[in-house]
Design a protein around this ligand. Structure first.
Ligand SMILES: CC(C)[C@H](C(=O)O)[C@@H](O)C(=O)O
Ligand code: SF4
Length: 473
């Protein structure tokens, strides 16, 4: 019987399965950041344990790092708790070791889900874990990657294994060509709009179809990044030439004979033609329009040509209540066209959309519009996902386009994706954001988040309100 890509990677890594289905899974790559690792290392220390396979660990500081003031070094980290988390990671890696460590201020530092792939730390067929829910991102490389909790971080550090139960297989097929201006972010928001934030619960999602094949690796990472917002712990895309080309020559990628052997294996990393999925969902890419979230969950999303929903039209009482609460929090009136929503801040960044292609997409929109950030927008910021992305963008002159238009060009990190560092929304502020979560208070207490693509965020910054980027071509 044919196997899915998920089945194949799972089978390769199972060490043992209990009668109730609980499996011991071997872990190839462990990505570590400063938020979810301190207690795990402390646990090892107290038990007198070492890290089982130091060469599997790749670490960086990202959530708490400031995006300004790097010239002041560690003194530039204003918040004492942030500073402590960052220095604790430094000390833990110094004591326990890692294959690679990109600390605060280093040139390769960045968001863990950006630096993993760009350094070749994420390879096809691997099991990848990180104490972070957006680890699903790495599934874009045909790796089985998912987030784990702090106690599991300790377990993996100590044993190189994870206890897990196999999920079901969900195939999401997106067929057809995207319209101009419609991007990977719009695909994944449209998927979540369709299946809901619980649609993928209990599944590993494989994203397939011609629209997914046509995406760059960056685009595939954007899609897999938000698999977790669709309820699935892991998302996958089959390996193809793009995957292999992306990885060639990366610092931690294999080379020489090992590269050839690896590529031969990687080419088997796709679902067999006769593989069966527990559930199949199909989307027509030609019908996807630029998406904007209007509420406080990623599933509260509509095309830019829509209006804010009217709770009175919802028959289901609990859904009606959810819409009412969301609209109240978001300060929105039913029936308002989405393109009449004005924003106070714009954030282009996060592990969803801070790679070089996202920077290019946003810069191209700013350049095309040829105007400055609108007067009503208090702050428009672009935060590259890593030091390497920043350097590449600067080589291409993208920072000059942003700065000339009035955007701030910052140092890499999670930044305003979540309020764990100095970048945040003030109560009541409304933000066009390229991140992945729009929960209440996510970007700061009382802050209002609208999730969009980089092109949509750039256009909102210049116009001061949302606009359909398809009309700007
Ligand atoms: C801080 C971390 C544990 C968290 C996560 O797991 O995703 C964060 O990255 C987020 O995006 O909410
Ligand atoms: S950028 Fe945002 S979603 Fe991604 S790891 Fe950082 S906080 Fe989490």
């Amino acid at each position: 019987m044919g196997r899915t890509l998920y089945d194949k990677i799972w089978d390769e890594h199972v060490v043992h399965t209990e009668e109730d289905g609980t499996a011991v899974l071997y872990i190839d790559r462990h990505l570590v950041h400063e938020v979810t690792s301190p207690q795990a290392y402390e646990g090892l220390r107290q038990a007198g344990r070492k890290v089982w396979r130091v060469s599997s660990v790749v670490a960086t500081a990202d959530h708490n790092t400031p995006t300004t003031g790097w010239e002041r070094g560690y003194a530039g980290i204003a918040d004492p708790i942030s500073k402590e988390q960052i220095t604790t990671l430094d000390a833990n890696i110094a004591e326990f070791g890692a294959a690679a460590f990109f600390p605060f201020l280093s040139q390769r530092q960045g968001i863990v889900h950006v630096i993993g792939p760009e350094n070749g730390a994420t390879l096809p067929g691997m099991t990848v874990v990180c104490g972070d829910s957006h680890t699903s991102t790495h599934g874009a490389f045909g790796a089985l990657a998912h987030g784990i909790g702090t106690s599991e971080v300790e377990h993996v550090l100590a044993t190189q294994t994870l206890l897990a139960k196999k999920a079901k297989n969900l195939l999401i097929k997106v067929e057809g060509q995207l319209a101009k201006g419609v991007t990977a972010k719009d695909i994944v928001l449209a998927i979540i709009g369709r299946i809901g934030t619980a649609g993928g619960t209990g599944y590993t999602i494989e994203f397939a179809g011609s629209a997914i094949r046509a995406l760059s690796m960056e685009g595939r990472m954007t899609v897999c990044n938000m698999a977790i917002e669709a309820g699935a712990r892991a998302g996958l895309v089959a390996v193809d030439d793009k995957t292999i080309d992306y990885l060639k020559g990366r610092p931690l990628s294999p080379n020489g004979v090992e590269w050839d052997q690896a590529v031969a294996y990687w080419r088997s990393l796709h679902s067999d033609p006769d593989a069966t999925f527990d559930t199949v969902v199909e989307l027509d890419a030609t019908k996807i329009v630029p998406q904007v979230t209007w509420g406080t969950s990623p599933e509260m999303v509509l095309g830019i040509d829509a209006r804010v929903p009217d709770p009175d039209k919802e028959k289901d009482a609990s859904k009606r209540g959810a819409i009412e609460r969301a609209l109240q929090y978001m300060g929105l009136e039913p029936g308002k066209p989405l393109n009449d929503i004005f924003v106070d801040k714009v954030f282009i960044g996060s592990c969803t959309n801070s790679r070089i292609e996202d920077m290019r997409e946003a810069a191209a929109m700013v350049k095309k519009l040829g105007q400055k950030v609108a007067k009503n927008v208090r702050l428009a910021m672009v935060v590259p996902g890593s030091g390497l992305v920043k350097a590449q963008a600067e080589r291409e002159g993208l920072h000059e386009i942003f700065k000339a238009a009035g955007f701030e060009w910052r140092e890499p990190g999670c930044s305003m994706c979540l309020a764990m560092n100095a970048d945040r929304l003030e109560p009541g502020e409304r933000c066009a954001s390229t991140s992945n979560r729009n929960f209440e208070g996510r970007q700061g207490a009382g802050g209002r988040t609208h999730l969009v693509s980089p092109a949509m965020a750039a256009a909102a910054a210049v116009h001061g309100h949302f606009v359909d980027v398809r009309t700007l071509a």
